[in-house]
Design a protein around this ligand. Sequence first.
Ligand code: NDP
Length: 333
Amino acid sequence: RQIWRLARRPVGSVTEGDLVLRTEPIPDLAEGQFLLQVIYLSLDPTNRIWMSDMEQYMPPVAIGEPMRGLVAGRVVRSRKAGVAEGEIFSGFGLWADHLVTGGQNFSRMDLPPGVPLSVAFGVFGLVGPTAYFGLLDIGQPKAGETLVVSAAAGGVGQVVGQLGKIKGCRVIGIAGGPEKCRFIVDELGFDAAIDYRREDVGARLDALAPEGVDINFEQVGGPVMEAVMGRMRLFGRVALCGLISGYNDTQAQTVPAPWTRLLMRRLTVRGFIVTDFADRWGEAVSALGGWMAEGRIRTRQDVRPGLERAVAHLDSLYTGGNFGKLLVEVSPD
Ligand code: NDP
């Protein structure tokens, strides 16, 4: 069989020699395994992440190991009960024309009538569910809101924009080049497109969405993300799906490290101001009061005399001169 192995960690873009194509014998089938003839190999931006040793969500591919990839293939030999020759499976496989698996990380594909394997695998394999969960669960779209999606003409982006339309959002796609921009508007029904290669993304967003952006479905990072983030509305949502502009950047300059960490560790970040909870103030006071009465919460106040010294006292907050909650005693308690 033919199989790609990772020869070294790429620096910058993947180049000739980072991976090597080998001809190797197909391993023998053990009991409980089957042999897949690969029909489609999915190429995904995350392949570049797996080749690197940057922070990521799975172990990177080790040097010398076969390159990992999503595949769809036909069973050509089976020693696994319940798996028959001719069936189609997809899942995490290898960059190879044949592979042996016990079926872990694979699932049987039942093609909906009239849907070719390329479409079923292309959409259901990875990008469709990514768009579905990312937009619906994390983006929480509501009718009338403005949704911006970057890498809009790509695998995930196409679906995100159309799901946004189904949910009644105004959808603005950001893509590279006039052809992709025309495609998402004319053929997919997005409301507008911004060509980030030729246009000033911020200025175009100001014109298209003067009220700002409710949902950012982020796939790119870097300057495109900055332009969108600078226009987020109060209580907007960011579905942090990808940061592709940083994947080839081995110096981590395009995408600051905290953003990569947010993505890879799936951190929850929600800005808040305490007044958002004004209607639950009483709940907090009574809970805190209860724990204070039990001695489980103790506090220290730093009470200073003299209203006339207020400015000097204020400065202590920024120098660490206060120790505990700073109060000025303006008249005797
Ligand atoms: P796409 O089909 O969208 O292909 C990638 C696209 O990204 C390119 O076509 C290009 O479009 C755009 N792009 C590449 N480099 C840059 C750059 N420097 N600045 C702006 N745009 C750039 O791929 P996918 O749909 O598979 O993936 C899209 C994103 O979603 C990726 O970030 C990927 O990592 C992420 N993803 C995340 C998943 C998750 O579970 N969180 C799952 C699947 C994907 P253009 O010509 O418009 O620039």
